[in-house]
Write a protein that binds this ligand. Structure first.
Ligand code: URA
Length: 209
């Protein structure tokens, strides 16, 4: 089974409270989502492999560490996942970005794929799939199915708020994928929203309704 980690750093928890508040406006919501994604990227990238290289400091030759291994691609699930991309890119600026567009049928809550555009070498990259909300888990499972079909094998799913139902669905479908979240909330309501949650992340990020 892949790793499941709640990244409960005090800065992340504080910022999450800011965006959960229904009175937090679009501007602050967008900024703080980016800040949380940035802080989470630090933890999500903790196991990146290093290798020794020889460099020359102004004083002497020296063996030091440098990143090695697979390059990263960030894959936001449209549209809310877009809100997390820039925060991660700040830490990992060489990452490529692929997009998967899924929409949720409001009646059945089932996801449908309408767009996919990925870096050519996703089979050779460490993928961070990002979506602020892991609710039913349907979109995450479908996105990862789609990526696996195209050769991806090395994936981490990164969200801000997860429901227990979504975590279980994702773990059952893709036990090889590590899941990172800033919070594990109580439950889903009958409309598929996370409670207490933060509402519709896409609408709150983009100011739509
Ligand atoms: N998607 C959202 O944006 N919010 C939820 O609570 C669940 C799914």
């Amino acid at each position: 089974m892949g790793k499941f980690q709640v990244i409960d750093h005090p800065l992340i928890q504080h910022k999450l409270t800011i965006i959960r508040d229904k009175d937090c406006g679009t501007k602050v919501f967008r900024e703080v989502v980016g800040e949380i994604a940035n802080l989470m990227a630090y933890e999500v990238s903790r196991d990146m492999p290093l290798e020794d290289i020889e460099i020359e400091t102004p004083m002497t030759k020296s063996i030091q560490k440098t990143l090695t291994g697979k390059k990263v691609a960030i894959i936001p699930i449209l549209r809310a996942g877009i809100g997390m991309v820039d925060g991660i890119l700040e830490l990992i600026p060489a990452a490529k970005v692929g997009h998967i567009g899924l929409f949720r049928d409001e009646e059945t809550l089932e996801p449908h794929e309408y767009f996919i555009k990925l870096p050519e070498d996703i089979d050779n990259r460490q993928l961070f799939i990002v979506d602020p909300m892991l609710a039913t888990g349907g979109s995450a499972v479908m996105a990862i199915d789609s990526l696996k079909k195209r050769g991806a094998s090395n994936m981490k799913f990164v969200c801000l708020v997860a429901a227990p139902e979504g975590v279980k669905t994702l773990q059952d479908a893709h036990p090889d994928v590590d899941i990172y979240t800033a919070a594990l909330d109580e439950r889903l309501n009958e409309d598929g929203y996370i409670v207490p949650g933060l509402g519709d992340a896409g609408d709150r990020l983009f100011g739509t309704k």
